[in-house]
Every structure is written in structure tokens, then in C-alpha cells.
Design a protein around this ligand. Structure first.
Ligand SMILES: NC(=O)c1ccc[n+]([C@@H]2O[C@H](COP(=O)([O-])OP(=O)(O)OC[C@H]3O[C@@H](n4cnc5c(N)ncnc54)[C@H](OP(=O)(O)O)[C@@H]3O)[C@@H](O)[C@H]2O)c1
Length: 165
């Protein structure tokens, strides 16, 4: 199974690449859920998303998609095409996660069986990277769990699980 996992604002905002640490929000319970869902599974990410991380994601095979055949990242593998990344990931585990960013989600959404989307209930005009549009014609909302604001979470959000129809 191929799962896209993302957190996006009401207008599909993902990040603001080029500005500090790129993050539009700080949602510890979302980071925790990301870790719980992806731990032990291969993760495929774009080279720009990799560049925003402080380190590789431990406990997971990290596969970085790049057109640059010379790109090297210690502790991670690279792939030059999405198909190559998926084939390599499946050698490790049949359940793989595509973790962004915008370009890589665009490549992956047509291949995915499931989307784990944290929908952040706010708009972020500073964003310059977006999750691709998807339609309820093709996707069914299987589950949605609300998370209110609290002193650790400035925004409310929903953990949405979408499955391909
Ligand atoms: N909110 C979230 O859930 C979430 C998740 C992840 C990332 N983000 C945010 O998303 C932003 C980064 O996204 P992005 O769209 O700018 O970049 P990206 O998707 O992370 O990476 C783009 C890079 O992937 C490689 N690539 C893209 N298409 C390829 C293809 N067909 N074949 C081979 N390699 C390919 C290229 O690397 P080369 O240039 O090296 O060839 C390209 O520059 C950041 O702001 C990050 O914080 C948000």
C-alpha cells in the first residue's frame, strides 16, 4: 500500500520554502502521529523536503528523490524516479509512505491508495508550497478525528484518512 502523509491548511498550504524552517505551524500531536504511522516503514521524500530536516528520519528507510545522480545523504538512499523509489521501498516493506513535499505529492497522488491528511483549520497566506487538489469523486473520507486548540496547539485540525474509491 502506498500512503501519502501530509499536513495542509484549508487552502492546501504545506509550507513556505525559503523562510526559516519552512513550518507554517507547530503541532506536536501531529508530529507524534506522523512518527507513529511512519515508524518502521520506508519514507520517500523530495530533495527539497530532505533539505528542511535536521537529520534523517530514524527507524525508517529514507529515500530521497532527486534528478542529481551525484546527490549523497548519509544514512539515506536516493532515487532518480518515483518508480525507482517505490520499487526500492517495496523491497523493505509493502507499506510505504510518501511524505512530501508539494512536487513529490503531485507525482505520488496518482499512485497512492490512501492519504493521511492532517487538515489544519486555518489559512496561511505566506505559503508557497501546496498539496495537490483531490476530488471526492475519486477519494472517500474513511475517518476523521478532530483535535481542538489547546495550550500546545494554536490551531485546531482533523486527522483525515482518505481511501481511493
Ligand atoms: N506540511 C507537510 O505535510 C509537508 C511535508 C513535506 C514537505 N513540506 C514542505 O514542502 C516544501 C518542499 O516541497 P517542494 O515541492 O518545494 O519540494 P519537494 O517535493 O520536497 O522536492 C522537490 C525535489 O524533488 C526532486 N524531484 C521532483 N520531481 C522529480 C522527478 N520527477 N524525478 C526525480 N526527482 C524529482 C527534485 O530534486 P533535485 O532538484 O535534487 O533534482 C526537486 O527539486 C517545504 O516547504 C517543506 O517544508 C510540507
Amino acid at each position: 500500500m502506498i500512503t501519502l502523509i501530509a499536513a495542509a491548511g484549508e487552502n492546501n498550504e504545506l509550507g513556505k520554502l525559503g523562510y526559516g524552517n519552512n513550518a507554517l505551524w507547530d503541532l506536536p500531536d501531529d508530529y507524534q502521529r506522523f512518527k507513529e504511522l511512519t515508524y518502521g516503514h520506508p519514507v520517500i521524500m523530495g530533495r527539497r523536503t530532505f533539505g528542511t530536516l535536521t537529520d534523517i528520519l530514524t527507524g525508517r528507510l529514507n529515500i530521497i528523490l532527486t534528478r542529481n545522480p551525484d546527490f549523497v545523504a548519509i544514512g539515506a538512499e536516493t532515487a532518480q524516479t518515483m518508480q525507482q523509489a517505490i520499487d526500492r521501498a517495496k523491497q523493505e516493506n509493502p507499506d510505504i509512505f510518501i511524505i512530501g513535499g508539494g512536487e513529490v505529492f503531485k507525482l505520488g497522488i496518482g499512485l497512492a491508495d490512501r492519504i493521511e491528511l492532517t487538515r489544519v483549520h486555518s489559512k496561511f497566506p505566506d505559503a508557497n508550497t501546496f498539496f495537490p487538489e483531490f476530488s471526492e469523486k475519486d477519494w472517500r473520507l474513511e475517518k476523521s478525528i478532530e483535535h481542538p486548540t489547546d495550550d500546545r496547539h494554536k490551531y485546531s485540525f482533523s486527522f483525515q484518512t482518505w481511501v481511493r474509491k
